[in-house]
Design a protein around this ligand. Structure first.
Ligand code: ATP
Length: 240
């Protein structure tokens, strides 16, 4: 890999009150990569995602995005730099329709591209097209996940952050969602940073990955290397 990473997280420490959830994290994501962060429940994966988005902010270290130090920026300014997030739990607007959710994702900045971008999202997830007038809260878990990703894409992100897209979904649905992510990456060159407890699916999808334990990165490598690594296999892949 050459050149400046698109996202460069250096020595990041994040606290909840006096409790240190991230204890000096170094992570890089380069343009065009799919990078995943795997680790057990409570390792700090979501906290890292949220820290990149500015809430909570890092107490030490830095987050550099596209050459700019965003560590102390408020979340709405970070979003305007085109970091879009599909957060843990999806957080779609349950009383709004699918179409209205997508409008919220586009925001005012991208309304001129709305028609074109909606068609792209519908091509990726035809179920959303069928359900475009339905309220978000009435969708199945898989459809809500598609909507959460679709809404993030409407922001025309340079970096897409996905927090546990497979959570609570049947294996076949997970496969479809991961295939959609791969397609976005291959065809549109979208850069993706993914948090997952489903280590097997994440590592198969990813160019590179980091393993996180108790607020620290303990291992990193290509997806294939980590899939073959005995420690990773024992901790995250076997019997899981
Ligand atoms: P999960 O897969 O369960 O979301 P995770 O790896 O994403 O796990 P985090 O949610 O980032 O882990 O949590 C990291 C640590 O920070 C955990 O010990 C958790 O209990 C703690 N934590 C998370 N959110 C808060 C909060 N709002 N207040 C206090 N402690 C928190």
């Amino acid at each position: 890999m050459t050149g400046q990473p698109l996202l460069n997280v250096q020595g990041v420490e994040t606290y909840y009150g006096n409790i240190r959830a991230l204890a000096g994290i170094d992570v890089e994501v380069h343009r065009g990569e799919i990078v995943s962060l795997i680790g057990a429940n409570g390792a700090g994966k979501s906290t890292l995602m949220m820290t990149i988005c500015g809430s909570p902010q890092a107490r030490a270290g830095s987050v550099i995005f596209d050459g700019q130090n965003i560590t102390r920026l408020p979340t709405h300014e970070i979003a305007r730099l085109r970091i879009a997030q599909s957060p843990e739990g999806r957080r779609i607007f349950p009383r709004m329709t699918v179409m209205e959710n997508l409008q919220m994702g586009a925001g005012l900045d991208n309304l001129k591209y709305f028609k074109e971008d909606v068609e792209k999202v519908f091509a990726m997830f035809p179920r959303l097209k069928e359900r475009q007038g339905q309220r978000g809260g009435t969708l199945s878990g898989g459809e809500q996940q598609m909507l959460s990703i679709g809404r993030a894409l409407m922001a025309r992100p340079k970096l897409l952050l996905l927090d546990e897209p497979s959570l609570g979904l049947a294996p076949l649905i997970v496969k479809g969602i991961f295939e959609a992510i791969k397609k976005l990456n291959k065809e549109e060159g979208l850069t993706v940073f993914l948090v997952e407890q489903n280590a097997f699916a994440a590592l198969r999808l990813s160019d590179r990955a980091y393993v996180m334990v108790n607020g620290k990165v303990t291992m990193s490598g290509s997806g294939a290397e980590l899939l073959a690594n005995p420690e990773v296999r024992a901790a995250y892949l076997e019997g899981g």
